[in-house]
Design a binder for this molecule. Sequence first.
Ligand code: ZN
Length: 337
Amino acid sequence: MNIRRLVNLSVFVAFAVISQSDSIAQQTTESQSATQNPKEVDANETVDFEATLKKHVEHLATTIGERNLNHYEELCEAADYIEAEFKKYGLTPTLQTFKVKGLDCHNIAAEIKGTTKPDEILIIGGHYDSAEGTPGANDNGSGTAAMLALAKHFQKSKPDRTLRFVAFTNEEPPYFQTKDEMGSWVYAEKCRLEDQNIVGVISLETMGYYTDDKNSQHYPSPLDRMYPSTGNFVGFVGDLGSGKMMRKVLKSFKDNCEVPAEGASLPGTIPGVGWSDHWSFWQEGYSGIMVTDTAPYRYPHYHKASDTPDKINFPVFAKVVEGLVKPIEMLLEDSEQ
Ligand SMILES: [Zn+2]
């Protein structure tokens, strides 16, 4: 998540406006070939979300630490870790490699091929790089961990649509919203170039900090009077074109998870609404939403050296990630989008 975008006051107007636009990007084309390898799938695998998330966040933020192009070895180590995790789930990861500053950068994808609508693809993604000077436990060890935990959960599923997990590189400054450098934009461009029918993108971004402390959630005025002042909820944010997807996901989440949730969508042209990798897919005409704890408006350790695993509320974070299972299942079966 990029602070330069977050400081704009219009950002939190996003939480005040519910979109009425229902347009969803559609293409018709072949998607990538099946990558699931059933031979390696453990049929008895059950995910302990809390333990799994904790393991991934600690590995990314503590064992590896700061990971970006100025800490390139660590960035590669994180990529290797994600690739190895996908393989553990019986999936076959594919790397999209591109050069920035002469260095190889990698987006890592793994998918479960759809049974009846394989050409319709749902992407669950999160960036795995961290900002300068931080081990990035919450931003975005949390999103990466959530993506991996969901991949583990869905490894044996046989969805109607194709379910694709993607770990993006170079989301943080100075690469944010920079053509040919921001990982998710490079990825989304390729999807468009190949006319892939991405029916939706869920960007998992800085989503592990929850507190019941009073006045722990901040907004620019007057939104502080319209929205909860306690930072115990998870936010779902989309642009107008993603309004329908956002509302469906929010409703399903609320029906299935006890953690409070707030959602909204705004025109994507308003600065600050595109806080993360979902923005890249908007540029290419796809629908996408972000799942977030609102980062700097709640999290005191945002982009600091103190963004360490001990700051994450793992019991609540685990409920949030498990709460995404039903909305994802709904999107995978949905015939409307
Ligand atoms: Zn981030």
